[in-house]
Design a binder for this molecule. Structure first.
Ligand code: DQA
Length: 150
């Protein structure tokens, strides 16, 4: 199975960015562990990060031909990124929404996810472990209760 992990804005600064919400681990440290975990699960994992919504849309379009599923931490676009939401709806791939923090326990603007209705499931609040749990969900063939892609 080929999975694309796509991180959105500001997630390149993990480790130094608001550690009380996102922890002290850097993305390269997290990514290395995810690659090891993915290899153990028989998953071919590609990780990308973009700060702009349009670039994320382009990557999701390309994923149609390159991946079997997507793990997406859309960062703040989660809450208002309609172009991103439409891109997810436009591709015939299962997308799992992931967050390090639990957005519902934070500011009110984070309580809305405009991408949730087009994702198959959502994992939030477990720090970097949220990404590993998403890998595990794909490995176990969980299709989620959300958007059907067939
Ligand atoms: C986040 C939560 C978002 O509200 C925030 O804008 C982020 C990170 C998370 O992983 O907890 O950038 O997606």
């Amino acid at each position: 199975m080929r999975l694309l992990l796509l991180n959105g804005p500001n997630l390149n600064l993990l480790g130094e960015r608001e550690p009380r919400h996102y922890g002290r681990e850097t993305w390269p440290e997290i990514e290395q562990r995810l690659h090891e975990r993915a290899a153990g699960l028989g998953i071919e994992l590609t990780c990308r990060q973009q700060n702009s919504e349009g670039a994320m849309v382009d990557i999701l379009h390309a994923a149609r031909h390159e991946a079997d599923g997507v793990i997406l931490n859309a960062g703040a676009y989660t809450h208002y990124g309609y172009a991103l939401r439409d891109a997810i709806a436009s591709i015939d791939l299962p997308v799992v929404e992931v967050h390090l923090s639990l957005p519902e326990s934070r500011e009110e603007f984070r309580h809305v996810s405009v991408i949730a209705p087009v994702c198959v499931g959502r994992i939030a609040g477990f720090g970097a472990l949220s990404y590993e749990l998403a890998l595990e969900a794909f490995a176990r063939g969980v299709r989620g209760a959300g958007k059907r892609t067939t």
